[in-house]
Design a binder for this molecule. Structure first.
Ligand code: FAD
Length: 284
């Protein structure tokens, strides 16, 4: 199923997982996939080289998602890929029966300051994939509080327009804890002529250190309510998790009330705590 076909029917609901490294076992993730699939998400995406690491067992994970009668989406990046590489690798995904790809520039591996490939930005990669594989549904990343390297939100939005014009059929957002900032971003995007659906990425608030690390590395803000949870429960992991789950459920309610096109939960390959959040938010 193409992800673009969901939005006219309903708000999409999906998960992100990341693949284990090539020398690590797949089994723990397979167990997680079984649990996540029980929620009947519309699709599950698998990251590719996230954090500048190697792409690990991405293809096996995508195949495992499809084996569970679920729609997989692979992430794919410009990092180290020539045009020939992109054509070959994407061709392999198409042969596997994949219909969806999230096309990204990618995180730079440590010490890199460019892609070392034929494409320097996601919009170029999107245009190339669209030309070679027009049957694929292509998504692209967006950043409600602007990409960390962008000099302004307006410039970043102009590049999102270029992703749309080159063939992206939906956007998927970086974590954004600030629902008001998301709404402002959404309105600016629409004014700039970016009309494609936007899936909001939600990272459940479960662990203080991980929350702060992800927030800092992505350049997004910590709203007052979340800062209060960190201040009050930061030294008590169990209480932090309890308050964090309640915060996440409320955040999901607020996003849904805005009428968003889709919600994508960054699972971090976990499912027990996610299950509590998903049920409490009424997502399933
Ligand atoms: P781009 O669109 O190329 O943007 C990067 C920067 O360049 C921005 O500041 C933008 O404003 C600017 N820019 C864009 N186009 C142009 C242009 N034509 N000319 C000049 N400047 C331009 N990383 C991974 O490695 N693997 C993953 O699996 C992965 N999954 C992700 C999933 C989601 C939902 C998100 C939001 C991010 C993900 N990332 C992943 C991280 C992403 O690769 C990084 O944030 C990366 O720094 C930017 O990727 P992009 O596709 O947005 O790049």
């Amino acid at each position: 199923m193409k992800i673009s076909s969901i939005f006219s029917e309903k708000m999409s609901f999906s998960f992100e997982v990341f693949p284990p490294k090539t020398d690590q076992p797949l089994e723990p993730l397979l167990e997680t996939l079984d649990e996540l699939c029980a929620f009947k998400p519309d699709f599950i995406s698998c990251t590719y080289g996230a954090g500048g690491t190697n792409k690990g067992r991405n293809k096996e994970v995508c195949a495992a998602i499809a084996d569970r009668a679920m729609t997989p989406m692979t992430h794919f990046t410009c990092i180290g890929n020539s045009k020939e590489d992109v054509e070959r690798y994407i061709g392999e995904y198409v042969e596997m029966g994949m219909e969806n790809v999230l096309a990204l520039r990618g995180d730079f591996p440590e010490g890199w300051s460019e892609t070392h490939g034929d494409f320097h930005h996601a919009d170029q990669l999107i245009g190339f994939i669209k030309e070679k594989y027009p049957e694929l549904c292509i998504g692209a990343a967006c950043y409600p509080e602007k990409h960390i390297q962008a000099s302004s939100l307006e410039k970043d939005i102009a590049h999102l327009r270029s992703k749309q014009d080159n063939g992206a059929e939906f956007l998927m957002s970086q974590i954004c804890h600030d629902v008001d900032a998301y709404q402002l971003f959404h309105d600016k995007l629409r004014k700039a002529g970016v009309k494609i659906p936007i899936i909001v990425g939600v990272m459940p608030v479960l662990f203080k250190d991980g929350l702060i690390r992800m927030t800092l590395s992505n350049g997004c803000s910590i709203p007052k309510e979340l800062a209060e949870i960190i201040g009050k429960y930061g030294d008590n992991p169990a209480d932090f998790k309890k308050a964090g789950k309640e915060y996440t459920v409320n955040q999901i309610y607020k996003f849904i009330n805005l009428g968003i096109d889709g919600i994508h939960i960054y699972s971090l390959n976990k499912y027990k705590d996610l299950a509590d959040v998903i049920r409490a938010a009424g997502l399933r």
